[in-house]
Write a protein that binds this ligand. Structure first.
Ligand code: FRU
Length: 505
């Protein structure tokens, strides 16, 4: 497309070449040029243009939140991955920073700087990331002396682990000598620990545990957990999170983000319960300990084809920051960070409690950047339906259904008149039908991010036409009681009208 070609020529004009940090001036121009795209999220983080996948290296430093992410500056496709960088003071408004990490042509990361994390090593910000080099992937370390974390010095002794452990039959594929990537690091007393994602032949995905006194010399401790599905599964992007009474280990298995609640004892993880972190288009999340709370962001991949991504000039978004915690019964809770309510600019509809029947009610609340906050009890209805991104004739719409079976179903069969994106239904368990469902739905261009009863999440990518902005509700086969609030949200990520000119705030 003309847009993607423009991004590429901006890179070609850059005398430092395409593997160098691109300037934030380019980014402002990219963002300004993309604001008219109705599928472009306005308050979920997106790359300035081109490609984004996993969030990486989340850290709070000198009073700012730093977000790094898997970024390809050369186009909206996965190749030659760099670390993009953005900063925020409030978790809502993000400012693009120059690209933070680029592959070194002669280094162990020559083919990509893949996923990893950031830690505070007694005042020295340090990242561990996956260096891609031909068929090998090994951990690399970099530190920053820049208070703004804009520049990073790669350790001359990279990679910091010379080879994967040899005492396990780790999976290899046609692409990789051994599946061995993604790094989560934490400190306990004087010892650093590191998790690396992998897989064991004939067993399943694996999380490998290492320890170190200094982040540079690592000793292999053994597998923390190995899956038991008997398939050639790989676990990517593992993280171990302290939720107080229990720990949460999550891994991404090419389809879902699976979590395990349990305890870490003597280098092994005892699983008590397991679940799926998000039942939709959500992958490779990464977390940040922020005082008392634990914040998590995931990658929301596109479900439309490569061609459509190329034409759009960008690919990928991040979820809202989510707070993970345990409830009194030890079950996982997930809620949007409190700050997200600051995005509300105007309440555009409210009502209830009202009795709802099969006469569909349109809410006077059209838009592409909305929060819908509702509570519904099924009474004697068979189902409740919230329909969003509706065209005037309702031929195009995404139906979020809550049937008596006690699940929430996102029906995407009519989501895109143009046939863009996945059309399959997605579903998550919800409360039993005799308990009210409370649902927060965040709509944003091509994102629908759902939180059910503050516990379960389902995120969908859908691609309706620009004028499909309607919202309606109905009950089926009986009556339901509904209370609803709809808010317009601030387009916090889109540039202000003057962006690209004038000084930054
Ligand atoms: C997960 C992942 C990671 C890898 C990165 C490469 O989406 O495949 O395993 O480090 O993306 O971009």
């Amino acid at each position: 497309s003309a847009f993607a070609a423009g991004c590429l020529s901006a890179l070609a004009d850059d005398p430092t070449g395409p593997s160098r940090p691109t300037s934030t001036a380019d980014f402002e121009g990219f963002r300004a040029r993309l604001t008219g795209d109705p599928h472009r999220p306005r308050y979920h983080f997106t790359p300035p243009a081109n490609w984004l996948n996993d969030p990486n290296g989340l850290i709070r430093w000198n009073g700012r939140y730093h977000l790094f992410y898997q970024y390809n500056p050369a186009g909206p496709f996965h190749n030659s991955i760099h670390w993009g960088h953005a900063t925020s003071e409030d978790l809502l408004h993000w400012r693009d920073e120059p690209v933070a990490l680029a592959p070194s042509p002669d280094g162990p990361d020559r083919d990509g700087c893949w996923s990893g994390c950031a830690v505070d090593d007694d005042g020295t910000p340090t990242i561990l990331y996956t260096g891609g080099d031909g068929r090998r992937q090994l951990p690399c370390l970099a530190t920053s002396a820049d208070p703004r974390l804009g520049t990073w010095d790669k350790d001359p002794d990279n990679p910091v682990i010379a080879a994967p452990p040899s005492d396990l039959d780790l999976l290899s594929t046609e692409h990789w000598e051994v599946e061995f990537r993604d790094h989560a690091v934490w400190r306990d007393g004087d010892t650093w620990y590191q998790l690396i994602g992998s897989g064991v032949v004939d067993e399943g995905g694996a999380v490998l545990l290492y320890s170190s006194p200094d982040l540079r010399e690592w000793e292999y401790e053994g597998p923390l957990l190995v899956g038991d599905d008997g398939h050639g599964t790989v676990w990517e992007c593992p993280e171990l999170l302290d939720l107080g009474d229990r720990s949460l280990l999550h891994v991404s298995n090419y389809e879902d983000v699976v979590y395990f609640l349990g305890d870490l004892t003597d280098g092994e993880f005892e699983v008590t319960t397991r679940g799926v972190l998000d039942h939709g288009d959500f992958y490779a999340p990464q977390s940040l300990r922020d005082g008392d709370r634990l914040l998590t962001w995931g990658w929301l991949p596109e479900t439309r084809g490569e061609r459509a991504q190329w034409d759009a000039g960008w690919s990928g978004a991040l979820s809202l920051p989510r707070v993970l915690s345990l409830d009194d019964d030890g079950r996982l809770r997930q809620r949007p960070a409190e700050e997200v309510t600051d995005l509300r600019t105007r309440r555009v509809a409210a009502g209830g409690p009202d009795a709802l029947d099969d006469e569909r009610r349109a809410l006077d609340a059209g838009g592409r950047t909305l929060e819908i906050d509702l509570e519904v009890a099924l009474d004697d209805a068979e189902a409740f339906e919230l329909s969003v991104f509706e065209s005037a004739d309702r031929a195009e719409r995404t139906a979020i259904r809550y049937p008596r079976e006690g699940e929430v179903v996102v029906d995407r069969s009519a989501s895109s008149r143009a046939g863009a994106g996945a059309a399959d239904a997605q579903r998550m368990p919800a409360t039993p039908y005799d308990e009210p469902l409370s649902l927060r739905a965040f709509l944003d261009g091509s994102v629908i991010e759902l939180y059910a009863n503050g516990r379960r999440c389902l995120t969908s990518r859908v691609y309706p036409e620009a004028d499909s902005t309607g919202v309606s509700v109905a009950a089926e086969g009986g009556r339901a009681s509904l209370t609803v609030d709809v808010w317009e949200l601030e387009p916090a990520i889109a540039p202000a009208p003057s962006a690209g000119r004038g000084p930054r705030p």
